[in-house]
Design a protein around this ligand. Structure first.
Ligand SMILES: [Zn+2]
Length: 457
């Protein structure tokens, strides 16, 4: 009897495992005959990729036989890339046309991260402006509650007491702390207290710290070396990584010597010397060049169909008129371009890691996801190869953000990938040619996301 009932039980379980709907992620999927950009510089010009149980099961330049019942996608003429990663953003503040701390909520984090997913991003790193408990809870539940959202990563934010972000952002960050009663920005005043803050962050389960080392054009005090040095040292011993907002390249050598793991603004230009580039590479630290933040604000990006698709009308209007230039009217300062190009080449020549990051959301109208694709274009304009640019949004940020299942098309990695209808190695703008986005083996409904986001008030 016992035998019999357990075998019936097993049969029921088997049936449950093959139910459609929410269990689709468990289904096998084969993409055949596609160009595969692996994510670390390798390329399979024509190959197959097998997904099982939400993971990549096999990648091959040969044909892989389709398992029984597998969904088969003909990848002829298409390019598959690992879903992208934005290494510097500020989630929760932008909602539709409206920007500020009053928007910060789990629902708005979901909206922002669904926008990232629409643009083919698997993860986004929010840099020091999050309500810590809310963001932790979001992280813990996101796979079940928000399956269409890119993965939330975030850091604790720290700066001299009452300072850090620029004045306009600081007010909004303080408003989030006030309204939620949660820690957003840790004020630092001496070395001992800084060490205590780092220990508290580690105990709360947060993996990263972002520090602001910037005098904001003389309006704020800089974070002093005698505070950040012990903070970085103790963070290292606790397994936390410390990333830096620094205003000047000249601050980088001491921060690197102190053990900083990365820089969220490149500060490219003449002050970014070969010696700094070499020290960055030797330390294994990364640099986010963050070039679009300066230039996209001067462009009529609201006219761009690739942005318009997810944009409410009011946002589009705000990002089009008022002195913004259409693509054809933009004239670049050649001297400045040459300076940026030279310093970016110094970083590449030194072998330093370049991480894609946008600072999206830190100020009104710097849209999530869209800005990442634009940043890749800027990298290529300034001399990176399309493959180098793509790696900056794939395996390189995955390494620095401890994402050991993202950024590569390789067995055992999450099946978080994008199918493009055109080859980004021919023209980096082809990262826009998104046909399908899969997060952890599950295809997201891009039309539904765009329809919803474009209606946000
Ligand atoms: Zn930022």
């Amino acid at each position: 009897m016992l035998f019999r009932s357990s075998s019936i039980h097993r049969k029921i379980l088997t049936i449950l495992l093959f139910l459609p709907g929410p269990l689709l992620a468990q289904e096998a999927m084969l993409i055949s005959n596609a160009r595969l950009v692996i994510g670390d510089g390798r390329l399979i010009e024509s190959g197959s990729l097998l997904v099982q149980g939400g993971e990549i099961a096999a990648v091959s330049s040969e044909e892989i036989p389709a398992p029984d019942g597998a969904r088969v996608i003909d990848g002829g003429g298409k390019t598959v890339i690992p879903a992208l990663i934005d290494g510097h953003t500020h989630l929760g503040y932008q909602s539709g046309h409206n920007w500020g701390g009053h928007n910060y909520s789990p629902e708005n984090l979901r909206d922002n991260l669904e926008q990232y997913a629409w643009y083919g991003f698997a993860a986004a790193f929010s840099a020091g402006s999050d309500a810590e408990r809310m963001a932790l809870e979001f992280q813990q539940n996101q796979r079940e509650r928000y399956p269409d959202a890119a993965r939330l990563l975030f850091s604790a934010g720290m700066g001299p007491e009452g300072q850090g972000p620029n004045d306009a952002f600081l007010v909004e960050v303080a408003a989030v702390a006030e309204r939620t009663g949660q820690m957003v920005l840790h004020g630092l005043y001496d070395p001992e207290q800084a060490v205590i803050e780092a220990r508290e962050v580690a105990a709360s389960g947060i993996d990263f710290i972002k520090i602001w080392v910037d005098d904001r054009g003389g309006s704020q005090r800089k974070l002093a070396p005698d505070v950040y040095r012990p903070l970085i040292a103790v963070s290292e011993s606790l397994g936390l990584k410390v990333f830096v907002h620094q205003q000047f390249a000249g601050d980088m050598p001491d921060l690197l010597a102190a053990g900083a793991h990365g820089f969220l603004h490149g500060r490219l230009g003449d002050a970014f010397t070969a010696a700094i580039a070499e020290q960055t590479a030797a330390a294994g630290a990364f640099v986010v060049p963050n070039l679009g933040l300066g230039e996209l604000r001067r462009e009529a990006i609201g006219d761009d169909p690739f942005l318009r698709a997810v944009l409410p009308d009011a946002s589009a209007a705000g990002l089009t008129g008022a002195g913004r230039l259409s693509a054809g009217d933009i004239v670049r300062d050649e001297e400045r371009e040459a300076g940026l190009r030279d310093s970016l080449m110094r970083l590449l020549d030194a072998g330093a890691d370049i991480v894609l990051g946008t600072d999206a959301g830190a100020l009104p109208g710097h849209p999530f996801g869209y800005t990442g694709h634009r940043e890749l274009e800027i990298y290529v304009r300034l001399g990176m190869s399309p493959m180098q640019a793509l790696m900056a949004g794939m395996s390189v940020p995955a390494k620095h953000l401890e994402l050991d299942d993202l950024g590569l098309l390789a067995p055992g990695y999450s099946a978080s990938l994008v199918i493009l209808s055109a080859n980004p190695l021919d023209d980096i703008r082809n990262t826009r040619a998104i046909e399908r986005v899969f997060l952890e083996g599950r295809e997201i409904d891009r039309d539904a996301i765009a329809a919803r986001l474009s209606q946000v008030e």
